[in-house]
Design a protein around this ligand. Structure first.
Ligand SMILES: Cc1ncc(COP(=O)(O)O)c(C=O)c1O
Length: 414
């Protein structure tokens, strides 16, 4: 659903050409053209990614790093090419700093388990922020419980930003785990600044990049972080894929969390030794097809201009913000200056679940609920929100359709 009205977005940005690459956008939902505004949950996939994944199964399906036979060699080469694509995309200094995971959750769990064992002692502290996704809260709670450490939290301001005057660093802080971009508020956090402060105090830094990877150019060396996790499926790649970047010197010191095939160097019945990086952290058969698809997704994003995509999404955000605010009783949760294309709102007298259901009947997919950020909902005194999250293929007309749908919903539900 797009028209000439989309020419209001950045000149030269051909949203129609982009849309044509996403087969799912031709689907009807309840007989209406699909308007997909749930990209923060998972993005849609361009045809190139779908093809790359199925081509693996159709032409080179074999296990990696195992056989001398031709198919295994081809599968290994394709998987390792994806690793190099990702290394270059996030500007890691070495390819063995890229660990494949099943997603951000898996990456942060690996980080919390391994760093917990390496660094945390009774009385130590882990610092997170009040806007974290449950994936960047619960693994640290578990690690703290295991090692007798305490979780400390950076408070959130009314606009949905970190309160940098109240960062609870102390001489017992060992780990800082923070999101680059909030999935609920859309806030782009000043991660580089906080990482620099943490580093001065010798604190190890872990970044949850789940919502940054689809929208921002990531440079892990420039950020200065020790670990950086993201999901493939939110960045136009397949589900079940993700990346944990780690600084080599730290990864060398971190113990593995999962044992099994491929992560070992030698095994006797008494003792095992570990494979070199990154394989020490990649036990078992990886999601080879997905990893190849993820490599293709990154190459696909690189073939377009990430900055132009971000600018287009920002235009959608500004338009949605302006139009939604004309609705009586509507409050936007998350009004930071720096945001990606994510807009969360509540409406007096209207339950987000009912609104989401009515929008779905019009073919419009939004997310409703707490978005796996219950502490943040508590901070803003709401049980949940309606969230629209934009991608490069969305249009102004789609935003207008959503705003009209919300207005209609409000009339019916109030
Ligand atoms: C900020 C953030 N962190 C972590 C996650 C978890 O990602 P995944 O479910 O792909 O592991 C999400 C998913 O929505 C997220 O938005």
């Amino acid at each position: 659903m797009s028209t000439k009205a989309d020419t209001v977005t950045k000149k030269g940005y051909d949203v129609e050409e982009l849309r044509a690459q996403f087969p799912i956008l031709k689907e009807l939902v309840h007989g209406k053209p699909l308007v997909y505004f749930d990209n923060a949950a998972t993005s849609q996939k361009p045809r190139r990614v779908i093809k790359a994944e199925s081509a693996y199964y159709a032409t080179i399906n074999a296990n990696v790093h195992r056989g001398v036979h031709t198919l295994s060699t081809k599968a290994t080469e394709a998987q390792e090419a994806a690793r190099e694509t990702i290394r270059q995309h996030i500007n890691a200094s070495a390819v063995h700093e890229i660990i494949f995971t099943s997603g951000t959750t898996a990456g942060i769990n690996l980080a919390a388990t391994s760093l917990g064992q390496l660094l945390l002692k009774k009385g130590d502290e882990v610092v997170i922020s009040g806007m974290e996704h449950h994936s960047n809260i619960v693994p640290w709670q578990l690690a703290c419980e295991r090692h007798g450490a305490t979780l400390k939290v950076i408070p959130i301001t009314d606009s949905g930003e970190w309160d940098l005057k109240q960062v609870p660093f102390s001489d017992r802080s060992r780990i800082l785990a923070i999101s680059h971009v909030s999935n609920t508020l859309g806030t782009i956090n000043p991660v580089k600044k906080l990482i620099a402060q943490a580093k001065k105090k010798g604190i190890v830094t872990v970044v949850d990049g789940a919502q940054a990877a689809p929208h921002l150019k990531i440079d892990v060396q420039d950020l200065g972080c020790d670990l950086y996790a993201f999901s493939g499926h939110k960045a136009y790649g397949p589900t079940g894929t993700g990346v944990l970047y780690g600084r080599e010197e730290l990864l060398e010191r971190m113990p593995p969390c999962q044992g099994g095939g491929e992560m070992i160097d030698t095994v006797t019945l008494e003792k095992s030794t570990w494979a070199k990086l990154p394989f020490k952290f990649e036990a078992g058969t990886p999601h080879i097809a997905g990893i190849i698809g993820l490599g293709e997704a990154i190459r696909w994003m690189q073939d377009y201009d990430l900055d132009a995509m971000a600018a287009h999404e920002h235009t959608l955000l500004e338009h949605a913000t302006k139009e939604l605010l004309t609705i009586d009783g509507l409050r936007i949760i998350g009004t930071a200056k720096e945001k990606v294309g994510v807009i969360s709102f509540v409406i007096e007298g209207v339950h987000h679940y009912d609104l989401g259901t009515l929008l779905d009947q019009q073919g419009i997919a939004v997310r409703t609920g707490h978005h796996c950020t219950q502490p943040l909902m508590d901070r803003f005194g709401v049980s949940g929100t309606t969230r629209a999250s934009f991608a490069c293929f969305n249009t102004i007309m789609e935003v207008d359709a959503m705003v009209a749908g919300v207005k209609k919903g409000v009339k019916m539900l109030r």
